[in-house]
Write a protein that binds this ligand. Sequence first.
Ligand code: SF4
Length: 440
Amino acid sequence: MCGNCLLQETAFICPMACPKGLRNGPCGGSTPDHCCVDESRPCIWFAIFTRADKMGRLGKLLEILPPLDWDKAGTSALRDVYEEFLADGIGKTFSTFVQSSNEVRKQQWDGFFSEIRQPDWWAGDSQPHPPSAHKPVSKLERILSSGEFALTCEVVPPISGDFFAFDSNIQKLVEVVDAVNVTDGACALPRTSSFVCSLRVTEHGIEPILQMAARDRTRISFQADLLGASSSGIRNLLLITGDHPNKGAQPFSKMDIWDFDSIQALWIARKLRDEGLMLDGRQVENQPSYFLGAAAAPFASQPKYQAIRAEKKVNAGAQFLQTNLVFDIPRFRDYLEALDQRNLLNRVHLLAGIAPIRSLKMLDYLQQLPGVQIPETIIQRLHNTKDIHQESHQVNLELIEKVRSLPGVQGIHFMANSNFGNLRRLITESGLRQPHPSKS
Ligand code: SF4
């Protein structure tokens, strides 16, 4: 009863059972066994991919499907089918169908339902849409385009009425990373706005990567922020769906249907930048400028399914991907191979996520995170050592060494949970950067 039927593209399983209302594939916490939001039920998107795989319809999952037209919610999608029949001419449609070859019939069938599920204001497809030739719009884009190894780090905005602690954290990152991700309501917990903190980051002479979670935005506020970011000189954007509110602060807000998802966010941002078009068709005065990024989940569901999701993001507009945390190198290699099989490693810059472990408490926390897999060998090593600080430091150095040597990895994205002094040491000792002596 969403009234925006897309069963033709989803192996005839309705995706509206997804608690996040995702219409373009599994989130980064999807597993073969259960949904990461409600563990009592399976991930509906894993079921869709599995059935599409069996039916030979995986290719159909590449089409970028539109956000809901809320006018249709609660009505029957059969009305659209009937109106499409009328528009095409019922007699003509039937006679062509009956008299044609199987191949023509299939095209007619696909075209008929494509008209229904892809309204003119969206017109999504499964094709690549690379930006036209251009000079890099940010330092991060310049570094990645030139083949240098990039370093980024995530910073969580403060729960504070001032920037005192935030400024001090940013200062520790100057000269050791190329850009700083400013998270947006991570873990569904409210903090200072990522937009405002990104502006603050620029004052320290370092580039922000403004994270924007679709969860907290309507399509109106999202487009407003896209324009505002470009006008303010923020060039790097990371567009994500966001954690489900039931992972965060209580009492919960009423957010059981989301207005759009990360892939739709990329599609909207790319059209705004490259075609100067707002979602409602209005033309912008001066086209905005950004370097678009997305999150990738190497350990969710299956590598080949997540590679399809990654391709969809790249087709929609993603120019760089930052992955979830990598601890399991063989499985990460499988994911990179799955990306390579879809020819993605030539089309997108990939930064591998690394979270430097520094305690057993942190190890325990990381093991609970959706989409994170830590091999038993690392767990045992850290539990059996007498010096957790030294051993975890060694594990982190080894992970960095292995990850940076993998083909297709063009940088590392650190998630250091505010332990930036330790991160500086790790970056220096691993040989990734040599910070200026006066600031070490
Ligand atoms: S795991 Fe993610 S994609 Fe799958 S049903 Fe749950 S919220 Fe939706």
